[in-house]
Ligand binder design. Structure first.
Ligand SMILES: [Zn+2]
Length: 187
């Protein structure tokens, strides 16, 4: 078994751990952003060597969404040249309102109780929302849908689920930190 620490082949985040198990083809890769997954060695070499076609490059962030969401569900995704695009494409059609819902669900899943302050790291957690960068997460709370309102609160230290009657402040500077509010009408 050989192990190597280098940038993640999918998202390029530093310090991903790649493990090659002797006699087995796929690499086991662990990345703080993409989670844990098994990638076919040939695909790993293709992606690392590059350059990828424009379309494939566009799909890569959605592969992060696939691997990270699988990891959160206790599944280690295994893929190669033949199926990675289909796995990624499944995350390309998520609407803005669905992403807002995913953000609220993420905050809720990390909250021990309504109003608890929880950390959502936009830079590491954006694949959980089918977003392609932290920028998109930072703007999501401003993409309000009926029944869903989130105001950025750069001075606080995390996201909070707020009661629907909580007075929302004006939209402040975008940043990693936000407070969220879920209206009772939101399912
Ligand atoms: Zn990664």
């Amino acid at each position: 078994m050989s192990s190597d620490v280098r940038p993640c082949p999918i998202c390029k985040l530093e310090n991903a751990r790649l493990v090659k198990i002797a006699g087995s083809e796929p690499y086991e890769i662990k990345c703080k952003r993409c989670g844990s997954f098994m990638m076919e060695g040939i695909l790993l070499r293709i992606i690392e060597k590059g350059p990828l076609s424009e379309e494939d490059g566009h799909l890569l962030p959605y592969l992060s969404s696939h691997t990270r969401q699988a990891t959160e569900n206790g599944i280690t995704s295994e893929f190669g040249r033949d199926n990675w695009r289909d796995l990624a494409r499944a995350h390309t059609t998520t609407s803005v309102s669905q992403k807002v819902t995913k953000l609220l669900e993420l905050v809720a899943s990390r909250s021990a109780y309504p109003g608890a302050r929880v950390l959502v790291d936009a830079g590491l957690d954006y694949p959980l929302l089918d977003a392609t960068s932290d920028d998109e997460v930072n703007y999501l709370p401003e993409s309000t849908d009926k029944g869903v309102k989130i105001a950025f609160r750069p001075i606080t230290t995390g996201f909070r689920m707020m009661p629907p009657f909580h007075p929302l402040g004006e939209s402040l500077n975008s940043g990693k930190i936000a407070e969220g509010s879920m209206n009772a009408e939101q399912n």
